[in-house]
Design a protein around this ligand. Structure first.
Ligand SMILES: C[S@@+](CC[C@H](N)C(=O)[O-])C[C@H]1O[C@@H](n2cnc3c(N)ncnc32)[C@H](O)[C@@H]1O
Length: 195
């Protein structure tokens, strides 16, 4: 793990309990987005940057779920949530930018509100592409970059400047089937597939 990612990992470890607490105040729109995206998961599914497991209640029961995150503290919370919900899943420490899975080993990759925390989004999306089977599905929702002033100035001050999720997906080789925006255009949902 590179130094920037290690730094980010320690930060998420420190805030894990706060993140779990704040999820009680999740908006109905975000909850519905999780339901919609998770409902699209099929077969062997990889959730990248699972956090405390906010998506776990929404997956169809038939899928086989593997979930990774760099933060052991976040993963512990996700494991505990899975135990409470009776969800069977593998939880592994792992870096989105260097997925430790063979090529073409998943039917679905899901990632929610996490790419904005990753140093090299392009590399992470390329890794998601690599581990998906041809025809495999990418389900994603994330914050967009602020392209206009004054937001553009704020963007430059961020530790990991954001990108437009759909653009990064296309750069990595995905074909985007659907995209739309939420929260006054600040968050983008993307459904794409590996051709
Ligand atoms: C804002 S939280 C989102 C968690 C969850 N996906 C959700 O929708 O609630 C961001 C998560 O990304 C994880 N993360 C950050 N960088 C990562 C990386 N390079 N690889 C894997 N996970 C990472 C953090 O540990 C944290 O759990």
């Amino acid at each position: 793990m590179d130094a920037r990612t290690e730094h980010t990992r320690r930060r998420w470890d420190r805030v894990a309990s706060h993140v779990e607490h704040s999820e009680r105040f999740q908006s109905p729109v975000m909850r519905r987005t999780r339901e919609i995206l998770c409902a699209g998961a099929r077969g062997d599914t990889l959730e990248v940057a699972v956090g405390t497991g906010a998506n776990l209640p929404h997956y169809p029961p038939q899928i086989r779920l593997t979930a990774i995150d760099t933060s052991p503290e976040m993963l512990d919370r996700a494991r505990e949530r899975a135990r409470r919900l009776g969800v069977v899943a593998r939880f592994l420490e792992g870096d989105a930018q260097n997925l430790e899975f063979p090529d073409q080993s998943f039917d679905t990759v899901l990632c929610t509100l996490a790419m904005c925390a990753v140093a090299d989004q392009r590399r992470a999306l390329s890794e998601m592409y690599r581990v998906l089977v041809p025809g495999g599905r990418l389900l994603m929702v994330d914050h967009i970059e602020y392209a206009r002033l004054p937001g553009r100035l704020v963007e430059r001050l961020r530790e990991h400047p954001r990108r437009l999720p759909r653009e990064v997906a296309v750069e990595a080789g995905f074909e985007v089937g659907h995209h739309d925006r939420l929260f006054l255009g600040m968050v983008e949902r993307v459904v794409a597939h590996r051709p």
